[in-house]
Design a protein around this ligand. Structure first.
Ligand code: ACM
Length: 522
């Protein structure tokens, strides 16, 4: 056994490195897999062919000496995502009970090869040793998410595919897609074409951290994802064992919707799609026709996204418009509610009841706790950890998105001075890596309701895919480890050691991460 860390991120549950000779991948290597694990084996074969030009035979079984073998695990493993991986000079064995476990076995195996295995075109004339090792692995949390805001700025489909592919290499399994906000509605809805005809366009964007008086940039932003593109992305993600969680915001962050359909709002004259950042006052009204609209939209969303969860936002819905509006005030009284917070809670419960009839579970930001939590709701705790604690104490599931540790729109340096403009600062890789998602306040039973961890990429200051990659990596390498690896994971220096190798994998894939130069010894 060797004490040099295996260069795998996220750190597996149990991993041993052997001193012995490596496995050598050659043009004669054979891949074998039972039907159940065939698609993971096929992904490996495609990756190998892309990087080496060798089209390796894929068989049900073989006695060939030089083989990569997938087997259904004989003993039961911890869950569907668990796998074992053994690499010796004689061959490679991956066992799993399910395709997702086999897929994660492949991700770990790829990290034992030279980084060139990730190349998009063949590398002739190099050797392909895989480090000899034995691994038993399973994730700590079932929900390992990354959220991308495609409203403030939106990304071409190809950039999202590249992003999801890289996330899946880090064993991330949820891509939370923030598709609508005050500054743009980005999803084609057939029944309501004005959502994209009007709601996906803004004439310009506020400059810097400024206010509108300081002027905009004069650059129109417009675009949306067609339903065909969405179906294609969902299939692409699914092949990589990534679920896409769509987010449709309500009752706030609604300015782009209300700009398109003013009858859904509360003002005589609706505000246009917003060109500035920050919290907006525009809310949906609570009339029956508004709920009909929302349910129609959600019907289309449900058809597009097969994931069992659906996110309804719920954050930052400040209430001045509801306070001033006679219909809303009368509605609060008629429902026997105390105030606007309780009306928001009623609103979310109405939608939860609807989603239940469609076999979907509701997710919302932690503001959905205010005024009373919907019975089956899952809470994303973003304003620190309190929302997660409260939800778990009430017996609801929670996903930890805590902004001090997991908001990767904050810059990675201590101050913004030498960094591109960002909303805040001081969120280093080390800080992300140090995060412990189970709050100490929870007892063992309550802690079971913390089902996962998620990183957030809000895009007010992220206008391009390369800036998105710069803000995301390598911090997502760290947060993926928080989500996957056991609580007693190795310390930060150990992570950095593995990261040195891992960054080469990102280089090969042209991922524009921020070089963590502050950790390089002088
Ligand atoms: C949020 O950051 N408004 C969820």
């Amino acid at each position: 056994m060797s004490s040099t860390p295996l260069p795998i991120i996220p750190q597996p549950k149990r991993a041993q490195r052997f001193e012995g000779p490596a496995f050598n991948l050659t043009a004669d290597t054979v891949i074998t897999a039972p039907t159940e694990l065939h698609s993971a084996a096929q992904r490996l074969a495609v990756r190998i062919e892309t990087a080496t030009h060798w089209k390796l035979p894929m068989l049900e079984s073989s006695d060939a000496a030089n083989r990569i073998e997938f087997q259904m695990a004989k003993a039961s493993l911890e869950n569907n995502e668990a796998y074992t991986l053994k690499v010796t000079a004689e061959g490679v064995l991956i066992t799993a009970t399910h395709g997702s476990g086999a897929f994660y076995g492949v991700q770990s195996l790829l990290q034992l090869f030279p980084a060139a295995i990730y190349d998009a075109q063949p590398r002739p004339n190099i050797e392909w040793p895989a480090i000899a090792a034995e691994i038993e692995d399973a994730p700590r949390f079932p929900w390992r998410g990354v959220m991308l805001d495609s409203s403030r700025y939106f990304q071409p489909v190809d950039a999202i595919k590249k992003y999801i592919d890289v996330l899946s290499q880090h064993k991330i399994n949820v891509f939370h897609w923030h598709l609508v906000d005050d500054q743009g509605w980005r999803l084609e809805i057939k029944k309501y074409p004005k959502l994209t005809e009007i709601g996906s366009k803004r004439p310009e964007t506020i400059s810097g951290h400024g206010t509108l008086e300081l002027g905009g940039d004069g650059q129109p932003i417009e675009g949306f994802y067609s339903q065909d593109e969405v179906r294609d992305l969902v299939a692409y993600a699914s092949q990589r064992h990534v679920h896409i969680l769509p987010e449709i915001e309500m009752p706030g962050h609604a300015q782009a919707v209300v700009a398109a359909y003013p009858e859904l709002g509360l003002l005589d004259e609706a505000k246009p799609v917003s060109c500035i950042w920050g919290i907006h006052e525009t809310l949906f009204n609570t009339k029956p026709a508004t709920f009909d609209f929302i349910k129609d939209v959600l019907d289309e969303v449900i058809t597009l996204f097969p994931f069992e969860y659906l996110h309804v936002g719920g954050d930052e819905a400040i209430k001045p418009q509801w306070k001033k509006d006679p219909y809303t005030q009368a509605h609060i009284k008629a429902l026997g509610l105390k105030d606007e917070d309780e009306l928001q809670s009623w609103f979310i419960r109405e939608i939860e009841t609807f989603l239940q009839t469609k076999n979907r579970k509701l997710v919302g930001w932690d503001e959905i706790l205010e005024g009373g939590l919907a019975p089956g709701a899952t809470v994303m705790s973003w304003r620190g950890i309190e929302g997660g604690i409260e939800a778990a104490r009430q017996g609801n599931d929670a996903i930890m998105c805590a902004n001090p540790y997991l908001y990767f729109d904050y810059s990675q340096a201590e101050t913004n001075e030498n960094e591109p403009l960002a909303i805040r600062d001081n969120l280093s890789i080390e800080k992300a890596h140090s995060y412990e998602p189970i709050p100490a306040e929870l007892n063992e039973e309550q802690a079971k309701h913390i089902i996962g961890v998620q990183s957030q990429l809000w895009t007010e200051y992220i206008a391009t895919p390369s800036r998105l990659e710069y803000m995301s990596f390598p911090r997502i390498c760290a947060s993926a480890e928080v989500a996957w690896s056991p609580r007693e994971r190795p310390d930060f220096p150990h992570f950095l050691n593995r990261l040195c190798t891992h960054l080469r994998r990102l280089d090969v894939q042209d991922v524009r991460y921020r070089a963590p130069l502050e950790y390089v010894k002088a």
